[in-house]
Ligand binder design. Structure first.
Ligand SMILES: NC(=O)c1ccc[n+]([C@@H]2O[C@H](COP(=O)([O-])OP(=O)(O)OC[C@H]3O[C@@H](n4cnc5c(N)ncnc54)[C@H](O)[C@@H]3O)[C@@H](O)[C@H]2O)c1
Length: 239
């Protein structure tokens, strides 16, 4: 299952997992984007279920996991990717901005991990990959609400990894640098240009480069990896 699959990193991950032969449950609030992706991947031979819903709403998050169990009998992998990326200083951010990003990026990740783990416990284990960020490991300007929400992703990953390792559930995260998704492409150049210079490789990342790291962490190739936060950041955090 991949949440927030209609665009960006989630869509690139769905495309890669489909090429690897995964049976997919793709979820998003964007019904049209989800349907376009489902039709394309199904046309290429993938088995795809979709669920339109909001990860921050418990009934929706539960319905996403139930769809996987009903269609495929189990959930082996959750990619907890759905998120919003609001950028502002603490002076500009409102209490509502804080609540919104914490609801989607924080509570939404908590809920999807919770229901996925409950289902994985029934079938002997699984693998979860959460979307943290360089903003979930280091401080940056303009991240007063979003950055702390990504620290939630980092923290949830580590705590759940320890809590469930003995039951065969691995929980890891990727921490992307700035990735050229539609959301990032729309940001003002005044934000993007200094970010580009801050990445030692001298460019921003591609969604497919994050998808490859997610695939590794999700797979049995990473069988002894849990609680890891893997930077996929062109060297940003190495400085
Ligand atoms: N793009 C980056 O530079 C970057 C860097 C680090 C981390 N991330 C993280 O990667 C994840 C994906 O980001 P992206 O850049 O691909 O963003 P994006 O906006 O391109 O895609 C996010 C997807 O999530 C969906 N979504 C939003 N709110 C939702 C909700 N409440 N319920 C279900 N789906 C919802 C959107 O409709 C969209 O399809 C996010 O968690 C983000 O924090 C992105």
């Amino acid at each position: 299952m991949i949440t927030g699959a209609a665009k960006g990193i989630g869509r690139a991950t769905a495309e890669l997992f489909a090429r690897e032969g995964a049976r997919l449950v793709l979820t998003d609030v964007d019904e049209a984007g989800l349907e376009e992706l489902r039709e394309r991947l199904a046309g290429e031979g993938a088995e795809v279920e979709t669920v339109v819903g909001d990860v921050s709403v418990p009934e929706d998050a539960k319905a996403m996991i139930e769809a996987a169990v009903e269609r495929f009998g189990r959930i082996d992998v959750l990619v907890a990717n759905a998120g919003v990326i609001p950028l502002s200083t603490i002076v500009d951010a409102t209490p509502e901005d804080w609540d919104h990003v914490m609801a989607v990026d924080g509570r939404g990740m908590f809920l999807t991990c919770k229901y996925a783990i409950e289902a994985m416990l029934e079938t002997g284990g699984g693998s979860i990959v959460c979307l943290s960020s360089i903003s979930g490991l280091a401080g940056q300007a303009q991240q007063a609400a979003y950055g702390p929400a990504k620290f939630v992703a980092t923290g949830l990953t580590k705590h759940l990894a320890v809590e469930w390792a003995h039951r065969g559930i691995r929980v890891n995260a990727v921490a992307p640098g700035t990735i050229l998704t539609e959301a990032v492409a729309e940001l003002p150049d005044e934000y993007k240009e200094p970010m580009l210079e801050a990445h030692p490789v001298g460019r921003l990342g591609e969604p497919s480069e994050v998808a490859s790291a997610i695939l590794f962490l999700a797979s049995d190739e990473a069988s002894f990896v849990t609680g890891a936060i893997l930077p996929v950041d062109g060297g940003y955090l190495a400085q």
